[in-house]
Design a protein. Structure first.
Length: 115
């Protein structure tokens, strides 16, 4: 654990209040200091509406557990085109991992895959 400067502490508190961090616990260390245990949380929804129809199809196929090769065969495009659509979609969504896409797609957008 390190000590934060007043400016860093203020920025961290602002992030906490904005919902970027979720408070887990508060601790009084017995020496007059109060500590806050927090973890990063993605409370804001991803901007799924920014994705093109094709990017949504690729993300839905990823969420369904398909490999890039399987997605390419399903949609009738090349594997490199699938990778390109996925790369562009991830940039638009804040660069989530493939696993994050799988976790969040179903709860946010459904899992329909169309060719």
């Amino acid at each position: 654990m390190r000590r934060a400067s007043p400016a860093e502490a203020a920025a961290i508190w602002q992030q906490l209040l904005r919902g970027d961090w979720g408070e887990v616990d508060r601790i009084d260390d017995g020496c007059g200091r109060r500590l806050v245990l927090a973890r990063f949380s993605r409370s804001r929804p991803r901007p799924w509406h920014l994705l093109s129809r094709r990017e949504k199809s690729v993300v839905a196929a990823v969420a369904a557990g398909r490999s890039n090769r399987q997605i390419a065969e399903l949609l009738g495009i090349s594997v490199s085109t699938v990778a390109g659509h996925l790369r562009t979609a991830r940039k638009k969504l804040g660069d989530p991992s493939r696993l994050d896409l799988v976790r969040e797609w179903g709860s946010s957008c459904g899992s329909e895959v169309s060719g």
